[in-house]
Design a protein. Sequence first.
Length: 95
Amino acid sequence: MPRAARGAWNLLRCAHLEPVFAVTAAIAVLAVSAGRGWSTAWAVAAVFAGQLCVGWTNDYLDQEQDRRAGRTDKPLVAGLVPAPRTTREGSRAPA
């Protein structure tokens, strides 16, 4: 895997993808069932970006606890993603 793709994948892993997609899918279903039409795309994009931000912030704030617990499966703890990158990307995500 190319270095840039590996870095992007590790950054996405920091966001806790399962809840990101679960919450985003739930909002999509609710928006469609409410008859939102094309504005559903805006709602889904906003929720997706917000959930990424929440996941990155959570991973950043929990990194010391994860380190103490030996959670080497976490990209921040394993050193695969530098901590400043998660805070920088989290602050860029439109909410």
